[in-house]
Design a protein around this ligand. Sequence first.
Ligand code: 3PG
Length: 221
Amino acid sequence: MAAMTPRESAAVLRGICARTPVIPVMEIHDAGRARPLAEALLAGGLSVLEVTLRTPAAEAALREMAQVPGAVVGAGTLLTPCDVARAVEAGADFGVSPGATPRLIEAALDAGLPLLPGAVTPSEMMRLLEEGHDMLKFFPAAASGGASALAAIAAPLPQLAFCPTGGVTEANAPDYLALPNVLCVGGSWTAPRALVEAEDWPAIERLAHRAAGLAHRLRAG
Ligand code: 3PG
């Protein structure tokens, strides 16, 4: 992948986030279950998936999911340039980080990996915006004030769009999705570990279908 600018990276992420109201965030322990899991989520209508690089099985799982036709698969929990390299090697379409450091961002841009960087305070957001990153992850969303915090941030920083993640649930997702500065949300509720381990793909498809039906604003800016 060719190196990219922050603006190019943000534009790719805006396009990806505008495709879906919900990005399933998954910690996968058994790569053998990754493909049917992704197929169930896509069958339910969710095509943008995030695999966190927190388990030994993560990269193999990402590779499996990336084979599913129509799937757009990101690598989450990128903390270091080494994580960026792991994500690229596993074939990730994009990366997600809980925060943002200059080294991480530089590594992702150099590798041509579109990155969704995390921010939670106005100063963090303003620093990223100065560089051209105008599509951010708001993490940890619920613990940082939830939808009302993001609504307040829209007033002084309307240029920014967000994917809130962390404590987002089926119940509170509509509060976020109703905001003009939210393109989509991320959450683990569509692929609960117990259902994955039980290989209950129809139940996961039903959860995905409900999530895919959540209203959201299409703002591919
Ligand atoms: C994470 O860090 O695992 C994601 O932000 C998902 O958080 P959640 O489990 O609260 O949805």
